[in-house]
Design a protein around this ligand. Structure first.
Ligand SMILES: [Zn+2]
Ligand SMILES: [Zn+2]
Length: 188
């Protein structure tokens, strides 16, 4: 599980995933990769939601790896590289690039436009990009307008938009971008 940053809408599902593993008798380890602070914030969140759950013995290990911006690692067969996003969240937020099985996936997380996005997405098979609003400026977030303005720098073969407000979801889709939806499965 790769986590871009430690806001609730991006990592808040982890306690439920871990508890689901516990109740469905999971045995394989769960690798969680996120920014510095992930281990503590995950334990704090588990304690807040389900007191005692962060120390309950389980049949599977939760292996947290913290990745600083500007570093890269290979974990579980995935080569991951991280850049610092422009998005305060009580810990450094990351723009991620994952290489696995001969394919490359980049993910903006939440961030204001930054050159890191173009670097992370260079020649990628897929860029998953935040597109919060079409034109409305929200500090530390990406708009469709930002992606459009920098489209010539984005060399990923596919761009799928996510993190969309109603303003985006209600508007007609544009040919340069696909839109994510709940339950979407992507084949590369
Ligand atoms: Zn955020
Ligand atoms: Zn968010």
């Amino acid at each position: 599980m790769f986590v871009s940053h430690l806001h609730g809408d991006h990592f808040g599902g982890l306690p439920f995933l871990i508890l689901d593993g516990q109740f469905s008798r999971r045995t394989g380890p769960l690798a969680v990769v996120g920014p510095p602070g992930t281990a503590t914030r995950l334990a704090d969140t588990m304690e807040c939601l389900f007191p005692g759950s962060s120390t309950t013995p389980r049949r599977f290990a939760v292996e947290v790896t913290e990745l600083a911006p500007g570093t890269s690692r290979t974990l579980c067969g995935v080569a991951v590289r991280a850049w610092e996003a422009d998005h305060p969240s009580g810990a450094p937020a990351l723009v991620l690039r994952l290489d696995l099985a001969g394919k490359t996936i980049a993910y903006t997380g939440d961030t204001a436009w930054s050159g890191a996005i173009a670097e992370a997405a260079a020649d990628a098979d897929l860029l998953i990009a935040e597109a919060y609003y079409r034109d409305k400026h929200i500090p530390y977030h990406l708009r469709l307008a930002d992606l459009r303005a920098h489209l010539d720098q984005l060399t990923a073969r596919r761009i799928i938009l996510t993190h969309m407000s109603a303003d985006m979801l209600d508007a007609p889709q544009e040919p340069s971008f696909e839109q994510a939806r709940d339950g979407l499965t992507i084949t590369l």
